[in-house]
Design a protein around this ligand. Structure first.
Ligand SMILES: *[C@@H]1O[C@H](CO)[C@@H](O)[C@H](O)[C@H]1NC(C)=O
Ligand SMILES: *[C@@H]1O[C@H](CO)[C@@H](O)[C@H](O)[C@H]1NC(C)=O
Ligand SMILES: *[C@@H]1O[C@H](CO)[C@@H](O)[C@H](O)[C@H]1NC(C)=O
Ligand SMILES: *[C@@H]1O[C@H](CO)[C@@H](O)[C@H](O)[C@H]1NC(C)=O
Ligand SMILES: *[C@@H]1O[C@H](CO)[C@@H](O)[C@H](O)[C@H]1NC(C)=O
Ligand SMILES: *[C@@H]1O[C@H](CO)[C@@H](O)[C@H](O)[C@H]1NC(C)=O
Length: 336
């Protein structure tokens, strides 16, 4: 399932860059991510807030003159907050017109709400400030702030979405795969690019084959929580401490569809994440056997000869893989 998810998100990534760009005439230069370009962006103002036992909805409107840094600012957004389970909070900011690309339910089935979770008892607390709009997520048991978007104004444009959260100093962050960087992520001057890539020889410091825009924030005795952004557009996630410690999403489009998971243990975060993205497939029985693979097999006859040679040598071979030139071939089981 994990592999399938990676593949479908990869396909959706290509699709989304076509669809979400549709309101804009031409692709603009995006060489610069200089903050100076974005300082004039006005942020949003919340209104029409409707709260219920299980969450809230609100309208967000552009709070000033559009900055149109990369494409055009969307003037009207909607905010939806759902306490889906005691451990999972769903926060979604999207265009009011519902035209911007979202990963379709056909490739990513959304988790359902338990239906009996209330704002007053959930592990996580959602708070917001109306103007300029920002929100926080707190852990109820410790009242610790886990996520706080007041660190920079929200930007929601046709070709660019930015949301920044402040974090404690030197946070212990993991995830945002797939990449070859250290397991614990760097927290200064660090950009994690999420863009599927066949990185030949998997060099250090690069993005790889899968998209997993989820991070685990480990806060020692205070617990671990997870933050998943369900967005398949290409993105840079910047982690730095130049304006206090922060983590900033910069996407090429799509919507801000967050799932916050309360843990509090890392294993529980992983379990709660699997309830959102789906469980991993069971390893097939034959997958436990001996596999052989070599790049550059000339043809199917060479592969057959290798298989035959395993048999001649009485070496059990469960699976034979080939790279590129010939399709993967699974050979029949050996008696032993
Ligand atoms: C809430 O619903 C979930 C399943 O939807 C169930 O497992 C849980 O026991 C329910 N909790 C309460 C307090 O009713
Ligand atoms: C919890 O934290 C928030 C934000 O830091 C603060 O406004 C509030 O007073 C705190 N509540 C308690 C009960 O400490
Ligand atoms: C735990 O939370 C408290 C209260 O917010 C905070 O003062 C403390 O620094 C936190 N500890 C860690 C390890 O994050
Ligand atoms: C940040 O990293 C880049 C390379 O990724 C490097 O060129 C630059 O000097 C670094 N800046 C600081 C302040 O360390
Ligand atoms: C992460 O930081 C370490 C040292 O703190 C540095 O050696 C390494 O190059 C950094 N990696 C990236 C991908 O920035
Ligand atoms: C199979 O084994 C024979 C005899 O050892 C050898 O000459 C041949 O190169 C082997 N074939 C392959 C594809 O390795």
């Amino acid at each position: 399932m994990a592999t399938l998810l990676t593949r479908t998100l990869g396909a959706a990534l290509v699709l989304s860059s076509l669809v979400s760009a549709s309101p804009v005439p031409a692709l603009l230069s995006r060489q610069s991510t200089d903050a100076a370009d974005l300082s004039a962006c006005p942020g949003y103002k919340a209104s029409n807030v409707k709260t219920s036992d299980t969450g809230l909805t609100a309208s967000l409107s552009l709070a000033g003159t559009a900055c149109n840094a990369y494409g055009t600012d969307l003037t009207d957004l909607t905010l939806t907050v759902e306490y889906q389970t005691n451990e999972r909070l769903h926060v979604k900011i999207q265009d009011a017109g519902n035209q911007v690309y979202q990963v379709p339910a056909s490739v990513f089935d959304r988790p359902s709400s338990s239906g009996n979770c209330s704002a007053s008892s959930a592990d996580l607390i959602f708070n917001y400030i109306e103007s300029p709009f920002s929100f926080t997520v707190l852990r109820r048991s410790t009242n610790e702030t886990l996520f706080d978007t007041s660190a920079a104004s929200l930007i929601f444009e046709s070709q660019y979405v930015r949301l920044r959260t402040s974090l404690p100093a030197s946070p212990s962050l993991y995830g945002l795969g797939e990449h070859t960087d250290p397991f614990m992520l760097n927290t200064t001057n660090y950009t994690r690019t999420i863009w599927n890539r066949d990185a030949y020889l998997i060099p250090p410091g690069t993005n790889l084959y899968g998209d997993h825009p989820v991070y685990f924030d480990h806060r020692g005795a205070n617990g671990t929580h997870g933050v998943f952004l369900l967005n398949s557009d290409g993105m840079n996630i910047v982690i730095d401490d130049t304006a206090g410690q922060y983590l900033e999403y910069n996407t090429l489009g799509g919507v801000l569809d967050f799932y916050f998971m309360s843990g509090p243990s890392p294993v529980q975060v992983a379990q709660q994440y699997s309830e959102v993205v789906g469980k991993s497939a069971m390893m097939p029985y034959w997958g436990f056997g001996f596999h052989q693979c070599r790049y550059g097999m000339q043809d199917v006859y060479e592969v057959a000869e290798v298989v035959a040679n395993y048999s001649l040598a009485n070496i059990p071979l469960e699976t034979m893989w080939t790279v590129r030139r010939t399709a993967a071939i699974r050979v029949s089981d050996h008696d032993g």
